[in-house]
Write a protein that binds this ligand. Sequence first.
Ligand code: GLN
Length: 389
Amino acid sequence: MKKLFADRIEGLAQSDIRRMSIECAKVNGINLGQGICDQPIEPIIKEATIKAIREDRSIYTRLDGIDELRQRIAKKVREYNRIPCDADGEVIVNVGSTGSFVTACLAFVDPGDEVILFSPFYGYHLNILKACGAAIKFVTLRPPDWSYDAAALEAAFSPRTKFILVNTPSNPCGKVFTREELAHIASLCARHDALCVTDEIYEYILYDGRRHISPATLPGMDGRTITISGFSKTYAMTGWRLGYTVARRPLAAKMAILNDLINVCAPSPLQYGVVAAFDLPESYYETMRADYQTKRDMTVEACREAGFTPYPPQGAYYMLCDFRELGFKDDQEAARLILERAGVAVIPGSSFYVDPRDGRTQVRLCYAKKMNDLEEACRRIRALRTVLA
Ligand code: GLN
């Protein structure tokens, strides 16, 4: 019989993130697994979207997105990220920032090209790269501060390096790259004529007074950085699937062609609606940051009380936690028993590491939940020892 599946899908399976959501729904648990982000969307965004639907703004848009939205994205990128950006030719609206990453990988990675990825990583980054045939070079981030060995990063670069992926703030460990680290990465990219693809989807979720630094703003990075972000996390609309890519014109032009081929365009009424997000006042972002910081601290506290060793994140809304003292056999058993006994879904740690042993004593928790649900989840986590006994 003929080989059925393409090589690129060999070895790819449903992610633990999705699997745990299914398991969680079966037992009606509280889902601290998948980063669902179930806060309500701001009314002005909903109203603008409903208006767009009523007005039948429902046909294809330009392949890189509607003018109003690209203009507002470009302005935000110039002001918040401090990246020079022309709305006409340097912004592409995609179907989620995952869609942005797919177009970047398809545009730049030939099978065998090297791409540098930090471990722990977001599994979708890994698997999209695998599907493109990338030869992935890993650089390990070590808890508790998720620093890495500068020499190991230097050794990961080679003449075949196509790009390095920088996810800051990072999923799953919440690392926020420092200016010094980004400057080092920038100098290596320049030395090896490599690109830098970023994932900055959590750019507004930073703790303890940290400020977001976009890799594209470091010396030598203009023209070699593909900056990816989106609306999902900042405006709590993970299911709307609206992301965007910012890059200099020649790079953006090719990715725009791929966006057209894969999606034609992002859903048009949602594009019209989300323009209203840019009218939200500064206080919206401050309130969101403060809310997540409270939720982070609550979750850290509950995990400590329960006997975990949490690694408090610097940004984003996930936390890796070591459970060695709780006596689970491994991370799969830990996730299974925490769901079974406490009704709280978490993700087994090994799914985030190139060497599964690095994550065998860890689970990832997501605290982007409504306050009531998170409070209940924290109560259940605190009671874990009792229900496990
Ligand atoms: N980014 C979210 C997470 O890491 C959701 C991922 C997904 O469902 N694909 O949990």
